[in-house]
Ligand binder design. Structure first.
Ligand code: ADP
Ligand code: ASP
Ligand code: MG
Length: 417
């Protein structure tokens, strides 16, 4: 007997029939003698619907109230799943984040989990029940409901698995694993049977929404074995078959070292680029520009400073599109005048495309193959950033899909290895 955490995403929980299918699958694991904690997302579309209602009332709704609202989606789906399990003869109990409790900090809409008290969950498991814990939410020190950011149920599940030392965290979703790139954009994308934790971390941080980045961070910190697999298969397939399906995130690097140099391609439209023209090229200018941005809790991603021409330089950086409005206000009203910048240019029609692979550590020239492939498609590179296992470029938004397909081909990711 082992303790397993299952996570089901919005599509997997998307209708009563699908919830019944989830219950069948969970019942199968329970009947095989496993202790199961299930972490569901809200039914698909529900979180967007709720946040949309809030936007009808205010352009910038109070984040505390947003969390109070958004958390209801998971409360509903969790209760429905517990009922579906009971209807199939499986004793089950659902809990909201605050009831567990899942303690978080108080950063509404993007809270971080601090601790999870597993006492109540264990009591239920020991009494033979399946425990359903709402994804995406927690409670701060003062008892306010918080949420963990979009896609946060992945993080809830991995954090519960870490806290309870579960033997595996199974992330059931609408694809059958992690692919070389998003199969919705490149139909030739291939599923990877294993993927190193570091590569998954890069893929997630560079825009592959298949797992929320914080869930991967948790998995790394607590060494939680995570498998991404399909919830769309027959729920009654044998356990052994299920356990060897999908993609396992592995901490063993050695087996991957011989494998492909580039493992996957990630992309993100969540980018906004700012350029301050003709800023004085003097010591401290980067700090004068980015200091106030950091102080406003806005994360800067890529930075580019041009060579000085007659004592001035152009300074560009990117932020997440969610922060674009606040960044623009800061630059126009505060930073621009303070540093004596010329024109301030804002561009939201950009995206980031990245190649990722731990094999890049030992191979030179990978970045240049990337640049060549993009140039052959006539795609202009606006900014570049590299680390040991990834190269990212900022390009015009309209070329995103073309770029991803071209790179997928260049690095032969469509071919069986
Ligand atoms: P869930 O609701 O189950 O959390 P998500 O929509 O958050 O599901 O994540 C699954 C989706 O992630 C897939 O439908 C797919 O379009 C997208 N995706 C993006 N990049 C990848 C990738 N590299 N491999 C697999 N899926 C990916
Ligand atoms: N329901 C939340 C969202 O849509 C959390 C999740 O699905 O993981 O972002
Ligand atoms: Mg998700």
């Amino acid at each position: 007997m082992s303790l397993i955490v299952h996570k089901y995403g919005g599509t997997s929980m998307g209708s009563i029939e699908r919830i019944q299918n989830v219950a069948r699958r969970v019942a199968k694991w329970h009947a095989a003698g496993h202790q199961v904690v299930v972490v569901p997302s809200a039914m698909s579309g529900e979180t967007n619907r709720l946040l949309g209602l809030a936007k009808e009332l205010s352009i910038q709704p109070d984040p505390r109230e947003l969390d109070m609202l958004a958390a209801t989606g998971e409360q509903a789906s969790s209760a429905l799943l517990a009922m579906a399990l009971a209807a199939q003869g499986v004793p089950a109990r659902s809990y909201a984040g605050w009831q567990v409790p899942v303690q978080t900090d108080n950063a509404y809409t993007r809270a971080r989990i601090r601790s999870i008290d597993d006492t109540r969950i264990r009591q239920d498991l020991d009494a033979g029940r399946v425990v359903v814990v709402t994804g995406f939410q927690g409670v701060d020190e003062e008892g306010n409901i918080t949420t963990l950011g979009r896609g946060g149920s992945d993080t809830s599940a991995v954090a519960v698995a870490a806290a309870m030392k579960a033997s595996e965290c199974l992330i059931y979703t609408d694809v059958d694993g992690v692919y070389t790139t998003d199969p919705r954009v490149v139909p030739e994308a291939r599923r990877m049977k294993v993927l190193s934790f570091e590569e998954m971390l890069e893929m997630a941080s560079l825009g592959s929404k298949v797992l929320q980045i914080r869930s991967v961070e948790f998995a790394g910190k607590y060494r939680v074995p995570v498998r991404v697999l399909s919830s769309m298969t027959d729920p009654m397939i044998p356990l052994e078959e299920e356990m060897s399906s999908g993609t396992l995130i592995t901490f063993e690097e050695d087996q991957k070292m011989e494998a492909a140099v580039v493992s996957g391609i990630a992309f993100s439209r969540d980018e906004a680029k700012f350029t301050l023209r003709a800023v004085p090229d003097t010591p401290g200018v980067a700090y004068s520009i980015l200091g106030p941005i950091a102080a406003a809790n806005i994360e800067v991603d890529m930075i580019l400073q041009n060579l000085s021409v007659q004592g001035t330089t152009d300074f560009s950086f990117t932020v997440s599109r969610n922060d674009a409005l606040r960044t623009k206000e800061l630059l126009m009203n505060q930073v621009g005048p303070a540093v004596g910048a010329g024109e301030i240019v804002f561009d939201e029609a950009v995206c980031k495309v990245s190649i990722v692979g731990i094999g890049m550590r030992n191979h030179a020239g990978i970045a240049s193959s990337m640049f060549r492939a993009l140039s052959e498609e006539g795609i202009n590179i606006q900014m570049i950033s590299t680390s040991e296992i990834k190269t990212s470029v900022i390009i015009a938004d309209k070329y995103m899909e073309l770029a991803v397909r071209a790179l997928h081909k260049t690095f032969e990711l469509d071919q069986e290895k």
